[in-house]
Design a binder for this molecule. Structure first.
Ligand code: C2E
Ligand code: CA
Ligand code: CA
Ligand code: CA
Length: 279
């Protein structure tokens, strides 16, 4: 019996090791991916519900791994966060998006704000607001070309300083957006204190909105709340016309989702930005 217990323990240790090794491998690969240029940005349009016009975009990271192939950010972002690599990656993402905006501007395309996702770890860096302001300024575009998406769960993880950093970012000209709303537990009194321009309703509430009355009620209440606080409402994960019809009835201003367009590479994203002036 003792032997069996030991074997079991060894088995678990081996399994845990395998997992740890895998994670370490992924971390190393990610580090070199950044250096070798295997990371790219995709862009997903944000669309006005009333006009159908593209009024913004969200930048989403993509990693094409030489052996594994496509790795989802849902898998590698947590690894990047745990290892701290997210800070470097985050800087790279912001720089990349700012450069893209500069190119689109110089080519005469209509400029819409492009949103960048921030992770909690980045937010805790010293002088974070100053740093990202200088990244954007060095590229030579105005800060209002860039929007920043923070998740609701970040609000709980970071201390009282967080509101001050948000105020700094806001004053620097970045629009802030509260991502994945409804999945965390931020208190309404706290929400009131934040300098958010918009609130993004998580796709888990949109998925069944046309069949689940609870979801409809949640999205409705969220929209009422957001509007009372003078925030714009964006619905994520809109895949069907029926979902869009609900979103419209509940007075959401914008939506994102496969119904209009998946996240696409820059060469396709640009086709949604007609030129303002012929060059
Ligand atoms: P997120 O910020 O909530 O991004 C929205 C996710 O929903 C994206 O997944 C997008 O491709 C997906 N999506 C868009 N429309 C639809 C739809 O109609 N239906 C469905 N089912 N999904 C839709 P993606 O690109 O795999 O990204 C996953 C998450 O990884 C993001 O969630 C975000 O939290 C994180 N992430 C992505 N890029 C970055 C980045 O540059 N920095 C950081 N810190 N996180 C990132
Ligand atoms: Ca987001
Ligand atoms: Ca989201
Ligand atoms: Ca999400």
């Amino acid at each position: 019996a003792k032997d069996a217990g030991r074997n079991r323990l060894e088995y678990y240790e081996a399994a845990m090791n395998a997992k740890a090794v895998q994670r370490l491998q992924l971390e190393n690969d990610l580090r070199s991916a950044l250096a070798k240029g295997q990371l790219t940005m995709y862009y997903q349009p944000k669309v006005s519900v009333s006009s159908g016009e593209v009024v913004g975009m969200e930048a989403l990271l993509r990693w094409s791994h030489p052996q594994i192939g496509f790795v989802s950010p849902a898998d590698f972002i947590p690894v990047a966060e745990e290892s701290g690599l997210i800070n470097e990656i985050g800087d790279w993402v912001l720089h990349q998006v700012a450069m893209q905006q500069r190119i689109w501007l110089s080519q005469g395309y209509r400029i819409v704000p492009v949103a960048v996702n921030l992770s909690v770890r980045q937010f805790g860096q010293k002088n974070f607001a100053e740093k990202i302001q200088s990244i954007v300024r060095n590229v030579g575009i105005p800060t209002h070309f860039i929007e920043l998406e923070l998740t609701e769960s970040m609000l709980m993880d970071i201390g009282g300083d967080s509101i001050r950093v948000m105020d700094q970012l806001n004053e620097a000209g970045f629009d802030l957006s509260l991502d994945d709303f409804g999945t965390g537990y931020s208190s309404l009194s706290r929400l009131k204190l934040l300098p958010m321009k918009s609130l993004k309703i998580d796709q888990s509430f949109v998925r069944d909105i046309d069949t689940d009355e609870n979801d409809e009620a949640i999205v409705n209440a969220t929209a009422v709340l957001a509007h009372a606080m003078e925030m714009k409402v964006i619905a994520e994960g809109v895949e069907t016309q029926a979902q869009l019809d609900f979103i419209r009835d509940l007075h959401c201003e914008e939506y994102q989702g496969y119904l209009f367009c998946r996240p696409v590479p820059e060469s396709i994203a640009v086709t949604y930005l007609q030129r303002e002036s012929a060059i």
